[in-house]
Design a protein around this ligand. Sequence first.
Ligand code: ADP
Ligand code: MG
Length: 649
Amino acid sequence: MATITQLPPGVVNKIAAGEVIDRPASVVKELVENSLDAGASRVEVTVERGGSELIRVADDGCGIAADELRLAVAPHATSKIRDADDLFRVSTLGFRGEALASIAEVSQFRLISRPADCDAGAMLEVHGGRIDEVVPCGSPPGTTIEVRTLFVNTPVRRKFLRTTQTEMGHVGDAVVRLALAHPEVHFSLAHQKRRVYDLPAGESWLARIARLFGGELADQLIPVESEDGGVRLSGYVASPNHSRGNQRMQFLLVNGRFIRDRALQHALSEAYRGLLMHGRFPIAFLRLEMSPEAVDVNVHPTKLEVRFQDSGRIYSQLLGTLRTRFLTADLSTSLDPSRAAVAREAEDAGDPADDARRELVEWAQAEMARNDTPRGISPEAPPLKFGDSETGASDGLLTLNRLPRAWTPAEAKAEEQRRAAAEALYAFAPRPEASTSSPGDSAEAADESSSRTSPAGGVRGGRALQVHNRYLIAENEEGVLVIDQHALHERILYEQLRDKILSGAVESQALLVPEPVDLAPSEAAAVLEQRELLARLGMKIEPFGGDTVLLTSFPAMLANLKPDDVVRSMAAQLAEGGKPPDRRDLLDELLHSMSCKAAIKAGDRLTPEEIDALLEQRHLVQDSHHCPHGRPTSLVFTREELDRQFKRT
Ligand code: ADP
Ligand code: MG
């Protein structure tokens, strides 16, 4: 029978430390949060080897008195709350009194501090939890904390550290989030003596966003603002032509704290419904300000999640604010000239895109009517103002009620992507030589040819009917086939690409002008770490300084997609947690997403030739019945079944 013993404090502390500190980036987060809580106007972060060798955070905040240094590193010691009631009105970033104790428990830790009203500073060192004596030490006003050899006494944790680049990527993400929330503070970040960020204090929020994410994005952001039930929402969202393949560019700050919230991310996606292609996510920088009592921050060890008192109402506020904004905004102002040209072309041609646009406008108007005016928002939100508007409107003000034009970019983009996908499809299709029909008479042609058997075998008629722009209906000997166009094309591309990779023959095109791609720090790190793997897929990537990578070669089979989009989506995938450790599996995963990206989408209208080409290729793949994710690509309704259903037997 095992005996029960109480764990010694050292073990308890290590367990607690594991909850708060799981990698260098979490140390950086905790230390910088302390600096901000101390009222610092300047925070300098220095990192060596991705933080595994050294993390130093220096601030000019209020400092810690010499006789309180030992207390600062004691577990559950904090100056920020006094009793349990305070837990419900936390106005600081920290309050659990755990961070310094946890960090000092698993590193070589040095704390130097001097309150502004003291003549001299003091220093305290802790070595893997063993606390030394406090000694006098010269120091400018403020606090400097150095953390060396993180996880020095927890070898398993240390072994789990990823490469320097990956860890540095996470450190960069942490600093970005904190710097974004506090534009009033000067932030700097240096890695291996190289300056990564230097963000001057007191700049506007938009200026800081521009500095962190590039002026091109910042210039096109749409300001949003509303107030409801004591909750103030403000910030910026990107126009639909700036989207991402994941939600990492969605920054939600609640009372100055970066959080993740599934419900609010869902509200964002809802607001953009119909404006973004499937699988794309909006970019947003949003602040929510409310009284500390309205939000519980004590629900998550690293406080990445919070609980709102009235989450439903905040959801509606966010959704309502954005919808109102979009309906009064001429989103085409942020359209870049090349896309504008595509949009105009589509209009001139009296393209089917017109119908889709009209449909979208009707949908939006109905939605408006149905939702009434969202609470607390003036029904007549002022028109958007863009400093450097390209619309030609002389005063820079955009007029209301220009709805039909508002949907142009999304539609244009959809059209552009549809064409690209269709072309990609052709690139691989052994063109059906014997095709006799001309485009535009598909119904007749289908009738006429329904008695012929396609030379490729299986599907009869050589032509199928497209329904809802997503399914193809065809007949074969057995009965009627309903084919999912995206799933089938994805499967075909997947197998083609896989075969090429296995035979080492992925065609890669050197780009005439290598393309720089801006990424999040962790994404850039992940991409560079997996350079070799990406090269096998035909994507050659070089470091380009900062969080930018340079794409020099691109897979020929994806020639019709935008290279930077593809790199971004691969990067996002690689940077996500829980990656398969095995290279083969990782390659396979990338393969999946490349084929998914390159494949025609549900919603793409296909020409009769495209339908033919797709069906031809159906017979060239090994498993035409399942898409790479395992979903079926087609369903069969046998003749017997149909006869039975129609009571013929
Ligand atoms: P918490 O932030 O939850 O209070 P920490 O372990 O992070 O707990 O810090 C313990 C205490 O040490 C803080 O409450 C604060 O009083 C003090 N402290 C930590 N870092 C700093 C700093 N950079 N400047 C001033 N005081 C600090
Ligand atoms: Mg803290």
